[in-house]
Design a protein around this ligand. Structure first.
Ligand code: FAD
Ligand code: UDP
Length: 372
């Protein structure tokens, strides 16, 4: 059988493009993934207690884009859910992004009020300030606050997560979790937020349920690529692997998860609690908060960052900094040479720290501009 497209990777990038080609162009697609499931890092499953578990860490869908939201809503209903995160600082659990509520929990009321007034004199309410920006403050109290937040919220967490200090990464990494001049304890403020009603995997099942789409799991594309007939490839795996590391290995960060189930209603107050300063894990996720499922048990995941070692674990995050962008740029030039036969997209192929909604938007754009 000849396929119009061979798509490597059944995560968001691969699945959205496969769905569009199959449903809009009525063309044949073979989608190959080396894992034993579809969904990429968004994959979830029901465990022995009937609880929906995000296998590769907490995934909360949030977007400002009505286009992305409406597209995915064609394949899923949504459970309303707003993510709340607490971080343990000096024994207290305070909201992150660090906000006025965090300040009042950690400091005596009169000093907290002084900090609040200072911040509101200088900036406007509702502003989000990256920690590395706040560190540039001249005022001595604001400088104290910035250093306190840097030391207690960012430094330890970032060292564990990346093996690097905040300033050794792109500004955009720690800017994802800014200091928020607000009383809003939600992690995200996007207009559209939720968890797929029957889970991410079921949403992917529906996207890929088309007679034009054939799925091959537990298969590294390099093992089959010479035996399959196809016109064009969409590649969403690590870009350095595609080119046999010709410009050296790109660093990625990996994770491991320690899952534990307890016979109790609730383990912690929110779905996610961060531990910037204690333990080897960065965060604990309690999955029942996402779905409000009833069970005698609750399941949590302790998340341990680790170095990516090809063949031993999976690449989860590109490591955004200047040095790695330079190396990636060498690979990007290689992808340019193949642009008529291979489309490179996704978090690993573009070496970009995409959220789910961002990669859906990119995949829809690629379909429109380069495929349809
Ligand atoms: P992936 O999901 O990584 O899919 C790539 C696929 O390619 C994989 O299934 C892989 O097995 C396959 N593949 C690779 N190499 C080969 C090969 N040689 N042969 C065959 N198949 C191959 N985003 C949010 O919006 N909200 C969140 O809360 C959120 N939380 C996250 C938490 C964690 C811990 C992580 C790691 C990510 C999180 N994300 C979140 C980001 C989200 O996971 C990504 O945006 C999304 O998965 C990217 O999709 P993708 O298709 O680019 O890549
Ligand atoms: N971060 C931190 N402390 C926190 C939360 C986040 O230092 O309590 C930093 C850390 O460098 C992290 C980055 O901000 O990698 C982005 O955090 P986010 O929650 O967006 O990470 P993700 O969910 O993508 O792993």
């Amino acid at each position: 059988m000849k396929f119009d497209y061979l798509i490597v990777g059944a995560g968001y990038a691969g699945a959205v493009i496969a769905e569009r080609i199959a449903s809009q162009l009525d063309k044949k697609v073979l989608i190959v993934d080396k894992r034993n499931h579809i969904g990429g890092n968004a994959y979830d499953y029901y465990n022995e207690h009937g609880l929906l578990i995000h296998k590769y860490g907490p995934h909360i869908f949030h977007t400002k884009s009505s286009k992305v939201w409406n597209y995915l809503s064609g394949f899923t209903s949504w459970l309303p859910y707003y993510h709340h995160v607490l971080a343990v600082i000096e024994g207290k659990k305070v909201p992150v992004p660090f906000n006025f509520n965090s300040i009042y929990q950690l400091f005596p009321a009169n000093f907290a009020a002084r900090l609040e007034n200072l911040l509101l004199d200088k900036f406007s309410y509702g502003l989000k300030i990256p920690i590395l920006k706040l560190m540039e403050s001249n005022d001595s109290d604001l400088k104290f606050l910035a250093e306190y937040v840097y030391e207690n919220v960012f430094k330890g967490y970032t060292m564990k997560q990346w093996g690097l200090k905040p300033e050794e990464l792109d500004f955009s990494v720690t800017s994802r979790v800014p200091v928020y001049l607000s009383r809003d304890n939600r992690y995200f403020q996007d207009q559209y937020q939720g968890i797929p009603g029957r889970g991410y995997t079921e949403m992917f099942n529906r996207m890929l349920a088309n007679d034009n789409i054939h799925i091959m799991l537990k298969t590294d594309y390099k093992d089959i690529v010479d035996d399959i007939k196809f016109n064009k490839m969409v590649y969403t795996g690590p870009v350095d692997f595609f080119f046999d590391n010709m410009h050296g290995e790109l660093p990625y960060r990996s994770l491991s998860f320690d899952l534990k189930s307890y016979r109790k209603d609730q383990f912690q107050e929110t779905a996610q609690v961060n531990y910037p300063n204690n333990h080897n894990y960065t965060r604990i996720t309690e999955f029942r908060h996402f779905t409000d499922q009833k069970s005698d048990f609750t399941t949590v995941a302790y998340e341990y960052p680790e170095e990516y070692l090809p063949g031993n674990n999976d690449p989860y995050y590109p490591v955004p900094n200047d040095e790695n962008h330079v190396r990636y740029e060498q690979y990007r030039k290689e992808t340019e040479k193949l642009k008529d036969s291979v489309i490179f997209t996704g978090r690993l192929a573009e070496y970009k720290y995409y959220n789910m909604d961002e990669i859906v938007a990119v995949a829809l754009m690629i379909f429109k501009n380069r495929i349809a």
